[in-house]
Write a protein that binds this ligand. Structure first.
Ligand code: 13P
Length: 241
């Protein structure tokens, strides 16, 4: 059976003071231990702060991107080994905002998956169609195309990563996929990847009020939460859902 995972993605938000308050608020709720993995993915510069504050707690820390390179002349990049070095064991790769604004290809995303796993960092690989794809009935094809280079890495690699289905039209829009729509895609993704054990998270306007109905679906193993992860109480209610 697959352990539930709820990950917050802070995106480009935060400050030392604000983070400190938010993380302390998360820490005062002990109910989140055993049955659910919980992590927060914060901007690079705040990773050491988050690691320090969450040390010894049940909440892990993740980054939002990673370089395909291990080291060298790559100005502005951060390697997976650097993440592991400071105690960051998770990383989001291939988020739609990286694909859209930084032209990340699915081949690059696959290279990031390997770079992360090489360093002992677990990648959360994001896929998801745009609204126009769904309107054209192409959502399954688009998502399979994004997954193809990941699947090509082999079953051994696939068993070590986490997938996240985030339909672009549901991100930050308040418009969530219905539990049925999400379940249908998760089922397709699981079948395509030929993996019973890979965890598939749903992302896209997940809130405390819709988390439970999403989590009730058999192939939805948790959530990748953007906006709602910036509010400690809301995020904790999603974890508890
Ligand atoms: P929202 O939860 O703000 O819609 O963002 C989802 C997301 O992109 C998480 O990675």
């Amino acid at each position: 059976s697959r352990k539930r995972l709820v990950a917050g993605n802070w995106k480009l938000n935060g400050s030392l003071d604000g983070n400190s308050r938010l993380l302390q608020e998360l820490l005062v709720r002990p109910e989140m231990q055993a049955e659910c993995d919980v992590l927060v993915c914060v901007p690079y510069v705040y990773l050491p702060q988050a690691v320090r504050i969450l040390k010894g707690s049940a909440i892990a820390v993740g980054a939002q991107d990673v370089s395909v390179h291990a080291k060298g002349a790559y100005t502005g990049e951060v390697s997976a080994a650097m993440l592991a070095d400071i105690g960051c064991r998770w990383v989001i790769v291939g988020h739609s905002e990286r694909r859209q604004y930084h032209q990340e290809s699915s081949a690059q995303v696959a290279a990031k998956v390997l770079a992360a796993l090489d360093a002992g960092v677990t990648p959360i690989v994001c896929v998801g169609e745009q609204l126009a794809d769904r309107q054209a009935g192409q959502e399954v094809c688009v998502v399979q195309d994004q997954l193809e280079p990941i699947k090509a890495l082999g079953a051994q690699i696939v068993s070590r990563l986490v997938l996240a289905y985030e339909p672009v039209w549901a991100i930050g829009t308040g418009l969530t996929a219905s539990p049925q729509q999400a379940q249908q895609m998760h089922q397709q993704i699981r079948a395509y990847m030929e993996s019973d054990q890979v965890r598939i998270l749903y992302g896209g306007s997940v809130k405390a009020d819709n988390a439970a109905e999403l989590f009730a679906m058999p192939d939805i193993d948790g959530a990748l939460v953007g906006g709602a992860s910036l509010d400690a109480q809301e995020f904790l209610r999603i974890v508890a859902a």
